[in-house]
Write a protein that binds this ligand. Sequence first.
Ligand SMILES: NC(=O)c1ccc[n+]([C@@H]2O[C@H](COP(=O)([O-])OP(=O)(O)OC[C@H]3O[C@@H](n4cnc5c(N)ncnc54)[C@H](OP(=O)(O)O)[C@@H]3O)[C@@H](O)[C@H]2O)c1
Length: 228
Amino acid sequence: MQIALIGCGKTGSKVADLLSGSDFTIFNTKNTPNKYKLRNHDVIICFTPGKVFLNLIPMLIETQIPVVTGSTGFDWPKDIHESLKSRKLKWAHSSNFSLGMNLIYEMIQVFKKAPLLFDDYQFSLNEIHHKNKLDSPSGTAILWENWLGEKMEITSIREGDAVGTHELILDTENESISIKHSAKDRKVFAQGAVWAAHQLVNNKKIDPGLHQFNELIRQEMKETNNED
Ligand SMILES: NC(=O)c1ccc[n+]([C@@H]2O[C@H](COP(=O)([O-])OP(=O)(O)OC[C@H]3O[C@@H](n4cnc5c(N)ncnc54)[C@H](OP(=O)(O)O)[C@@H]3O)[C@@H](O)[C@H]2O)c1
């Protein structure tokens, strides 16, 4: 499988480490991608800043190659899913490619029961990332907020080379419960993105369109458990 890696900074370089020994091409500001250079690749993995990725979308669609992107800090074009579907293209994205996010998703479903137990409660979220991160709050914080289905106060701290910590806190008058995820090494994101790339290329059951990483994982878990 020939992989095009667009963005080889803090996170993309971990993808490159993981791919060492296989066929892949690096694209960055010195070797910017275009549809001719991307020709002959089977899948594209992208870890550029969000605004850069947003500008690349029309060209990436033209390549007709599956795309996995971890870029954050941009809004998807409203018609992207339909647009990919109509061209029979399979793309996957996530603001956090760590496998542990799938357990967090389940935990947040439990947190959603808070109103059944408490008259008075409050959710809040703290996130910590490296000092050069461009977007704030993080894409993961926004994802967790969406999973919870409730707006909450988000505190964003930017310091040193922090890899990424998120803590969702449920506070009531007499107790406090939290869900915390700390990424220890950026290779956790690389592993998830490479897994998604293999899925897009090899799993014929994935339909065309834009898919959330978690959706692909859940589909795979169901198939492994032989569930309907
Ligand atoms: N989804 C996840 O799991 C996850 C995890 C971590 C980070 N992220 C997100 O991934 C993105 C990248 O984060 P990072 O910390 O790796 O950033 P980074 O260290 O700044 O790396 C950005 C990369 O993008 C390249 N780039 C910038 N402009 C470009 C252009 N016009 N054409 C091609 N390449 C270009 C840079 O090229 P040069 O090397 O030439 O400068 C660099 O290699 C961010 O949006 C971040 O939030 C997602």
